[in-house]
Write a protein that binds this ligand. Structure first.
Ligand code: ADP
Ligand code: MG
Length: 369
C-alpha cells in the first residue's frame, strides 16, 4: 500500500467511465478521441466498448466477425482475462469490442450476486498493464452502466448544451451520490461540455446555467462542434489520424491533461480500499493483496491451494482503521482457490465475484494470477 496523503500522477491506473443516460450527447465520440489523446501523450490505453450498439467498435473499424472475445465474454466468462480479450488498433491503443449480444447481460445476470462488479473484477487485475482504461457506456442506467460506474475511478459526463438536459444531469449525479453512499465507492465526477458552438447566445446561456448548478465538477476544457467528428467515425479513425484537425486535437489533449491533473484530489488509500472491498484481491508491488472487511472479528486467516488448504492458514493482519484485515502473498501465475477463516469460521471472499463449488457444496473463491 502507498502511504496516505495522495499520490503521484500516473502511479495508479485510472478508469474513466464515460457516462450519460442520454443518447447522442457524445459519449462514443469522447471515448474514442480521449483514448487517442492519452495515447498521443504516451500513455498505455485500453478502450472498452460497453454499449451493445457497438458504436465505438464500429467507429474504429473493428469488424465483429474478426473478433474472438467481446466485452460480453469479459463480463460473462470468469476465466477470460483482459489481455486475451483486448485487440490492438494499428499500433495505437487497445480495444475490447462490443457486440449486440451484450444487451443480454442484464437478463442473464439477473439475481446473480455481485453482478455490478463483473467488470471491475477484471480491470482491477491488470492495473500494471495500462495507465488509462476508457469505458464507453450505453444510453441508460442499467446493469452495464453500473458495471462501468463500479469500475470507475473517474466518471466523465459529456453534456451537449444544444440538448438542454440539465434535469438529466441532476438525476445522474443523484445516482452517483447514491452509489457512493451504498458502496462507499467514491468517484471523481467531471462534466464535459461537448458540441459547443461558442458563438450562439443560446449555448452561452446554457453553459452559464450548468456552471451555476454543477460548477464544481464542470471541466475547464470544452469540446467544440465540428463536422469532422462524424467524418472520423465514418472513416473508422480518431481525429488524431486525420489531417487539419489541429484545433480538435488540442481540445482533446487539453481534456486528457486536465483529467490527469485532477488526480491529486483523490486519496490513494481510499481508492485501494474500495477497490478491494468491491472486487477482491489485487496486485500490488510485493504480491497479491487480500483484504477482508471484518471490523468485529478477533482473528482472520487465509487458506487455500497455496497452503495446501492448511487448517492454520496464513494469519492476516489488522489495519488500524476500519477493521480491514490484510495479507500480501507472493503467488506464481496460475489459478488459486482460497477461503478466509474468520474466528474459526470458513467463508468465501465476499468481495470476489469469482468462485467455484467445492466438494462440500460450498463456494471457494477463485483467483487467477
Ligand atoms: N463535438 C461534436 N461536434 C460535432 N458532432 C458531434 C460532436 N460530438 C458528437 N457528435 C456527433 O453526434 C452524434 C452522437 O454522438 P455520439 O458520440 O455517438 O453520442 P453517444 O455515444 O452519447 O450516443 C454522432 O453523430 C457524433 O458524430
Ligand atoms: Mg454511444
Amino acid at each position: 500500500m502507498k502511504p496516505p496523503g495522495g499520490r503521484q500522477k500516473g502511479e495508479i491506473m485510472r478508469t474513466v467511465s464515460v457516462i450519460n443516460q442520454k443518447g447522442g450527447c457524445g459519449k462514443t465520440t469522447v471515448s474514442i478521441n480521449l483514448a487517442a489523446a492519452f495515447k498521443e501523450m504516451g500513455r498505455r490505453v485500453l478502450l472498452i466498448d460497453l454499449d451493445p450498439q457497438s458504436h465505438a467498435s464500429i467507429g474504429l473499424n473493428v469488424f465483429l466477425d474478426d473478433v474472438e472475445h467481446t466485452s460480453y465474454d469479459l463480463l460473462m466468462n470468469p476465466r477470460l482475462r483482459i489481455p486475451e480479450a483486448a485487440l490492438n488498433i494499428d499500433g495505437d491503443f487497445d480495444i475490447i469490442a462490443a457486440s449486440p449480444i451484450l444487451s443480454a447481460v442484464e437478463q442473464e445476470l439477473s439475481g446473480k450476486p455481485a453482478r455490478e462488479g463483473k467488470l471491475v473484477s477484471k480491470t482491477a487485475r491488470i492495473a500494471d498493464l495500462y495507465d488509462y482504461i476508457i469505458i464507453d457506456s450505453p444510453p441508460n442506467v442499467g446493469l452495464l452502466t453500473f458495471n462501468a460506474l463500479i469500475a470507475a475511478s473517474d466518471v466523465l459526463i459529456p453534456f451537449d448544451p444544444s440538448y438542454f438536459s440539465l434535469q438529466g444531469l441532476g438525476k445522474l449525479r443523484e445516482t452517483l451520490d447514491l452509489l457512493e453512499s451504498e458502496t462507499r465507492h467514491r468517484v471523481a465526477v467531471h462534466v464535459l461540455i461537448n458540441n459547443l458552438e461558442k458563438r450562439t447566445n443560446f449555448s452561452r446561456d446554457i453553459v452559464a446555467e450548468i456552471d451555476r448548478k454543477h460548477g464544481s465538477v464542470v471541466m475547464e476544457s470544452t469540446i467544440s462542434h465540428s463536422v469532422r467528428y462524424k467524418e472520423a467515425a465514418l472513416r473508422g479513425v480518431s481525429i488524431f489520424q486525420m489531417r487539419d484537425t489541429g484545433r480538435l486535437k488540442r481540445e482533446f489533449l487539453s481534456l486528457a491533461g486536465e483529467i490527469e491533473e485532477r488526480v491529486s484530489v483523490l486519496d490513494t488509500v481510499d481508492i485501494e480500499d474500495w477497490m478491494i472491498r468491491l472486487h477482491g484481491p489485487r496486485k500490488v508491488e510485493e504480491g497479491m493483496l487480500f483484504m477482508l472487511d471484518a471490523p468485529n472479528s478477533n482473528s482472520v486467516y487465509i487458506t487455500g491451494e497455496f497452503t495446501n488448504w492448511s487448517r492454520d492458514g496464513i494469519r492476516m493482519s489488522r489495519d488500524g482503521k476500519d477493521g480491514l484485515w490484510k495479507a500480501v502473498l507472493h503467488l506464481e501465475p496460475g489459478e488459486y482457490e482460497y477461503r478466509f477463516i474468520v474466528d474459526g469460521v470458513w467463508i468465501k471472499d465476499p468481495a470476489n465475484t469469482d468462485s467455484v463449488l467445492n466438494e462440500f457444496g460450498q463456494e471457494n473463491s477463485l483467483l487467477i494470477v
